[in-house]
Design a protein around this ligand. Structure first.
Ligand SMILES: Cc1cc2nc3c(=O)[nH]c(=O)nc-3n(C[C@H](O)[C@H](O)[C@H](O)COP(=O)(O)O)c2cc1C
Length: 781
């Protein structure tokens, strides 16, 4: 097997995960505090209490949004403010909004506020008083087919049609329905998107134009970030222009501010020993007002065929009433789990790097070669008791946990001796919201609340420099924070996280508050295409996940560092956590462990949420379907195929059900092979009324690489007939950048050769098909 470059690997390994997520902890935290412990000042305790988010997020969802206009009165009048609004799913837009705000506060000494539009009544923008000299900065990500993020849906819909119905696209006639034009508003926009998607940065662009048309005053050029190339680079290139525009808007000369090196760092939060809370301590639960207690209930889990059935106890939560949502995930139990790959590795060659003396368990090495284990799991999660429902084709969101090994590594470099210490957070500025539920143990904070796997950004190096006690280390960290090429070479290319850098720079002594709230971001939700059918298994969802795992060479960041880079294996936070859950579920002593009553979240109970999608089977099973889903792109199609075979077993007439699947080797990574072959056999043996076809492409089994788009091209006459004559449906799931792009190209050339259309007409045909309900894509890049 040849070696892969990092981009290939990340694409391969992240297949089936649709990253998304947001504001997990907003609205959590108890409003009650017991008397302070000795050693904790009453002021600190009061500040900690004040920082608890007051309004539970659920209430927000019930349209009791906070008044945006109330913010006008909250801060003393002066030079105005920057109010940074973010539409974010996986946290990038939120992070950029916070970074600009911090820089404006530091360089321009202008007060700032970061606003989640889901929490506020954004329609009050129409009444924003022009005398405030405030600026609104909108950081808006685009998803799906040009859609806003979940937390920006209401705001965007209001902005586009003035009514909040989202039915219009912000046309001129919609201007009329606005209660008043937005003349009082000054604004700028930064768009977050990815060029591989058809609707690149659609939301930010539309919002920018619409704000202007409604009379708002744009104070600086729109920024556009492309996640396919480097969103961070785009942001850094845009930032100076917007800082200059903000400086002139506020009438502040930023060049008069002290240089970054000379500015002291002011921690956003301080960590204190927790005030004894009578409500208890959070042990990693997400987004609840109070810590939860868990009690085992008798009875064993149902057997599920040939799957491994895990444990025999079920825990009931002392659960919060009401519906679950992304801010209040349900804890579902992993009830079955099985590996899907044979013995398979990815090889990496490091000609001039140093391999560690002992190999971690997931890899072997010989000479200059490192072989990393590839793993893929089918994992089933129990929804019973939650009231959560799903439809085949939906996504399930999961919130992962950091690995205990990574927690221990970071604890060691930070000098944390007691991970069971119960802590609370005290904000520097009383309006700052705590990023996660407290009081909690340090173990919970480092395991469940902050993401230890994320590579550091360049501005983090400036913070580290300020806490370095050794002069040479300090100077080097400042250099790394200022010299982009040096940073890319020595930090970014090695995807170094906080522990990696702290292991090199020993003199950095970081306050815990800075670590937990500024250098590490919260663990965000990752969405997976559900691979079970809701008709067949209404109270269980399954995911199909490849573990993200790769070897990387890390060059030393120190000025006096070793010449040879050191090889390290990195793992994705969510998929490696799924793998650990799998290992635990099959471990011999698990049942005994699971039987213990626990105050923390019991093992194998995972926070989850169902997100509905437009990826749907036709309601009439007689309508033919063609599905293209290589790798873990097969996930929703496993469900589609099972559901259609079930319909045939129930006596219904089912149309052509044609799956195009591709992977490397038939015997190693053909996902659900046995299951699919057995379904084909059932169809044949029982004479079911379904035309089930499975076409496979194995890229590494033969002399020539064969991919799904080649199979589509080979069958183009038949596919053309199914789509045009039989009005069949066409689905694609998997990698957006290469596979989906190539399959679309194959469809266009099919329209020309099988359909006899001229090139322009073939283009138009594809465009119309893509815009019709007979076409759906569930893709990621
Ligand atoms: C499932 C998925 C769908 C996406 N759809 C689009 C899209 O239609 N247009 C676009 O420009 N970017 C799209 N993106 C890219 C995101 O907008 C981009 O990664 C952005 O940085 C995410 O910001 P956030 O972390 O704040 O949510 C998509 C990303 C994912 C994971």
């Amino acid at each position: 097997m040849s070696s892969l470059d990092l981009t290939d690997l990340i694409i391969l390994a992240s297949i089936a995960v649709l990253t998304a997520g947001f504001m997990v902890w907003r609205g959590s935290g108890s409003s009650d505090l017991a008397a302070p412990r000795p050693g904790v000042s009453a002021a600190a305790a009061a500040a900690a209490a004040a920082a608890r988010p007051g309004t539970p997020a659920k209430e927000t969802a019930k349209s009791s949004k906070k008044s945006l206009l109330a913010l006008v009165n909250e801060k003393p009048a002066g030079n105005g403010r920057l109010i940074a609004v973010y539409g974010s799913q996986t946290g990038t837009a939120e992070d950029l909004a916070a970074r600009i705000s911090k820089e404006v506060a530091l360089s321009l000494s202008i007060p700032t506020l970061v606003v989640d539009p889901e929490e506020y009544d954004m329609s009050e923008l129409a009444h924003w008083p022009s005398g405030t000299k405030d600026v609104f900065g909108f950081f808006l990500a685009t998803y799906g087919e040009g859609e806003p993020t979940d937390n920006a849906v209401d705001f965007y819909s209001w902005l586009m049609d003035g009514k909040g119905t989202g039915e219009d696209e912000g046309d001129e006639e919609d201007d009329m329905v606005f209660e008043s034009p937005l003349e009082g508003l000054s604004f700028f926009v930064f768009c977050l998107g990815n060029k591989t998607y058809e609707y690149y940065n659609a939301i930010g662009r539309r919002a920018d134009l619409r704000l202007e048309r409604l009379g708002a005053k744009r104070i600086g050029e729109r920024g556009e970030g492309d996640d396919d190339a480097s969103l961070e680079e785009d942001f850094l290139a845009w930032k100076p222009s917007i800082m200059a525009a903000l400086g002139s808007f506020f009438g502040v000369d930023a060049s008069a501010a002290p240089s970054m090196r000379d500015r002291p760092h002011v921690p956003a939060f301080e960590v204190i020993d927790a005030v004894d809370p009578f409500d208890g301590v959070f042990h990693g639960e997400l987004a609840y007002d109070k810590p939860r207690s868990w009690a085992p209930v008798p009875g064993s889990m149902a057997d599920s065929g040939d799957f491994v059935v895990v444990g025999s106890h079920k825990f009931a939560e002392s659960k919060p009433a009401g519906a679950f949502d992304t801010k209040h995930p349900f804890y579902g139990r992993i009830v079955a789990s099985r590996p899907l790959f044979g013995k398979i590795v990815d090889d990496f060659n490091f000609a001039d790097a140093q391999l560690p003396a002992s190999n971690p368990p997931q890899w072997t090495s010989s000479g200059t070669k490192v072989s990393v284990k590839r793993e893929c799991f089918h994992i089933e999660l129990d929804l019973s008791g939650s009231g959560l429902k799903y439809t085949t084709g939906d996504h399930v969101g999961l919130w992962a946990e950091n690995s205990p090994a990574e927690v221990a590594r970071l604890a060691k470099v930070l000098g944390i001796a007691d991970l069971d210490r119960v802590i609370d957070l005290v904000p520097h500025d009383s309006s700052s919201k705590k990023p996660f539920s407290t009081p909690c143990t340090l173990r919970a904070a480092l395991s469940n609340y902050v993401d230890l796997s994320e590579p550091l950004k360049q501005f983090h190096l400036d913070v580290l420099a300020k806490y370095a006690t050794d002069a040479a280390e300090k100077a080097r960290l400042f250099d790394l924070s200022e010299d982009r090429a040096l940073f890319i070479d020595l930090i970014q290319n090695g995807r170094k996280n906080l522990a990696d850098v702290l292991e090199e720079f020993h003199s950095v002594k970081l306050p815990l508050g800075v670590v937990l709230t500024e250098l590490l971001s919260r663990i965000s939700v990752r969405y997976y295409s559900i691979s079970s059918s809701s008709v067949e298994e209404p109270t269980k969802v399954s995911v199909t996940a490849v573990v993200v795992r790769y070897a990387i060479a890390q060059a030393s960041g120190r000025s006096d560092g070793a010449k040879k880079p050191v090889v390290q294996v990195k793992e994705g936070i969510t998929t490696s956590w799924l793998q650990r859950n799998h290992d635990l579920s099959v471990s011999a002593d698990f049942a005994a462990k699971a039987a213990q009553n626990r105050s923390s979240v019991p093992a194998l109970y995972v926070p989850l949420y169902i997100r509905s999608s437009n990826f749907r089977l036709p309601s009439n099973p007689a309508v033919p379907v063609i599905m293209v889903g290589p790798g873990t792109g097969i996930a929703p199609f496993r469900a589609f195929v099972r559901e259609r075979v079930l319909a045939a077993q129930r006596g219904e007439t089912v149309g052509t059900t044609w799956l195009f699947y591709g992977c490397r080797n038939k015997d190693l990574d053909y996902l659900y092979r046995e299951e699919l072959e057995s379904l084909e056999k059932i169809v044949k043996d029982d004479g079911l009324s379904i035309d089930l076809r499975i076409s496979t492409a194995f890229s590494r089994d033969g002399p020539k690489k064969v991919y799904v788009q080649h199979l589509v091209a080979q069958s183009q006459d038949e596919i053309w007939r199914i789509l045009e004559k039989d009005r069949g449906h066409f689905y694609i799931c998997g990698d957006a950048k290469h596979m989906a792009h190539d399959v679309n190209a194959a469809l266009e050339s099919m329209a020309a050769s099988s359909g006899g259309l001229k090139p322009e007409a073939a283009k138009l045909w594809l465009k119309e098909l893509r815009g019709s309900p007979r076409f759906a894509e569930d893709v990621w890049s």
